[in-house]
Ligand binder design. Sequence first.
Ligand SMILES: [Zn+2]
Length: 150
Amino acid sequence: MKKPPQLEYLEQTLRSSRLSARGFLGTDQRSLWEILDADASEVEKLGYTMTGIATRMHEITDRANEGLGDWVEIGKNIKACTTDVRGVIACPWPHAFRANKTVTTVLKIDSGDEIKWADLNIHLIEEHGFFQGKGSVFRLEPSELVKIIF
Ligand SMILES: [Zn+2]
């Protein structure tokens, strides 16, 4: 992965951000670059791509939205529902992108595993390969995520 310019400045923004409870980096002591690099390796090792993961997340959220808050069956082994939270949140990267604050809850029926993401998570993975820092409220572990959604 090519290291994007101004990464240090962006890291400061993410660490101090008041947009999300403890910032986007949570309690993670690693640099933003180390976090991005480690998750990119993890995703590759798991045999997936950022685009493939984000596409599946979009698909699940879109289907779940049709349930207007009720559980929707997605395939045989997954159900999902969305909670509409009012308002939008801006992507912390320096470009004009805002996501609805909708939260999707996904349940794998056979294992009982559950995972939640906000619309912004999908954008962060798709465009920036960013799963957030450990300890962040919306940190998604790539291995847990792929186990549940695929
Ligand atoms: Zn963005």
